[in-house]
Write a protein that binds this ligand. Structure first.
Ligand SMILES: *Cc1c(COP(=O)(O)O)cnc(C)c1O
Length: 413
């Protein structure tokens, strides 16, 4: 056996106890999903879908009831017409906030794609700024803990919504566990019971046993081409939470007075149902792939975050390389190990919104689907790449084998 394969084999032995624990999480979450399928008596006819206005779409309505139950919410909106995670988030925020209100993010500056939603100036058409909605944020302490004092000090009379981003996204801070989120919500609500707590749940679903609503959040949102779509949903997003809030969100997505009543589902329901069925398993496959990645690369002397044995609440694994060449070759090998477009060679390039060239590996079946294995990062010091996804653990292992084999041929390891 080559050196590369030997390293991976040894790591697999060492992560075995954690993989076992994760399988128990997968089972507990699978059970939650299955029980809801059974309670709602999912039938073949639920997958038929509707056209046109989408009245009486019983399959769509039932899927929303299932999401509602799984996320322990009062109501849910699960729609193909929600085009992405960013859309689910901005839809939620813009339906809750009105002129004069403030949105306070308590996990630092939000995910990059929300920059335009917040807006710089009143000229940014449709942005919160242009709509007269204030925005403020509080950083985490040491990139890992809620700054309770600063949060309480920054809550003003017009602070209507508090925003929490569970996953680190593409930043170097820690992701926030459900336990941390529970504690901060409790403290905030003790003093400000009427504040609405919103959670950006992207990348978090089914990584832990509990979800944001059951620890006190009022509303949470995410993308179906990430965790809850299980790799099968081809589009869509969801919002879950308090009934009155979901109504507001539905009125903004469609039409005041119509809300959830309309919206044709065409042929998307089968994928959404089957994807949800697969999701607890696929999420843990991906998580176990991240454990392996972290363990192997740590062994080779790289800094990884989280470390393989740290508590996880999302799917993102970051890896810090020593040189630009190492980072680029890692991403290129991940691309070459993709089921789709494996012959494409990713190169660093400037993309709007980033100051440094970015390199991305994304040979996914579904465009941009990041529950499928992908890796990317801005090519600048300290050369950190973010790797996420892997519908099956074998795919992550296969990609690592390719990286390590290539590196040992080139004398990097
Ligand atoms: C992916 C992600 C988003 C945005 O989702 P898109 O579907 O890419 O628009 C928002 N927040 C976090 C934390 C994410 O990981």
């Amino acid at each position: 056996m080559t050196h590369a394969l030997e390293i991976i084999k040894q790591s697999e032995i060492e992560i075995e106890p954690l993989v076992k624990q994760n399988k128990q999480i997968a089972y507990d979450n699978f059970k939650k999903v299955m029980q809801s399928f059974n309670d709602h008596s999912v039938m073949e006819s639920d997958f038929t879908g509707t056209t046109g206005y989408g009245y009486d779409d019983t399959g769509r309505d039932k899927l929303e009831d299932i999401y509602r139950d799984i996320f322990k919410a009062e109501d849910a909106l699960v729609r193909a017409q929600i085009i992405s995670g960013t859309h689910a988030i901005s839809l939620s925020l813009l339906s809750l906030l009105e002129r004069g209100d403030e949105l306070l993010y308590i996990t630092g500056w939000p995910y990059d794609t929300l920059e335009k939603v917040i807006g710089d100036s009143e000229e940014d058409v449709g942005s919160m700024k242009a709509l007269g909605i204030d925005f403020n944020y509080v950083d985490l302490i040491d990139d890992k803990a809620f700054d309770i004092d600063a949060i309480l000090n920054n809550i003003k009379d017009n602070t209507k919504v508090i925003g929490i981003q569970r996953s680190r996204g593409y930043s170097t801070r820690k992701s926030l566990t459900i336990e941390q989120i529970e504690a901060v919500i409790k403290t905030i609500k003790e003093r400000h019971p009427n504040i609405i707590v919103f959670v950006d749940n992207c990348y978090g679903e089914f990584v832990e046993r509990r979800e944001p609503i059951e620890v006190g959040a009022d509303i949470a949102a995410g993308s179906l081409i990430k965790n809850p779509g299980g790799g099968l949903a081809k589009m869509g997003g969801y919002v879950v939470g308090r009934k009155d809030l979901i109504e507001r969100v539905s009125y903004r997505l469609t039409v005041p007075g119509i809300g959830k009543e309309m919206g044709a589902s065409l042929e998307v329901l089968l994928d959404m149902y089957q994807g949800l069925f697969m999701a607890p398993h696929a999420v843990i496959e991906s998580l176990n792939g991240a454990l392996l990645t972290s363990h192997v690369l740590t062994k080779l002397g790289y800094r990884t975050d989280p470390l393989f044995d740290e508590t996880r609440t999302d799917l993102i694994q970051s890896i810090q390389f020593n040189t630009e060449e190492e980072m680029i070759s890692f991403i290129q090998m991940v691309q070459s190990a993709s089921p789709v477009n494996s012959k494409f060679l990713p190169i660093p390039d400037l993309i709007p919104g980033y100051q440094h060239p970015v390199i991305m590996a994304a040979g996914t079946f579904i465009q941009g689907a990041s529950l499928e294995l992908s890796a990317d990062g801005p090519v600048r010091e300290p050369y950190i790449a973010f790797m996420q996804g892997g519908l099956v653990y074998e795919h992550v292992k296969y990609a690592l084998e390719k990286v390590l084999t290539h590196w040992s041929e080139k004398g990097i390891i």
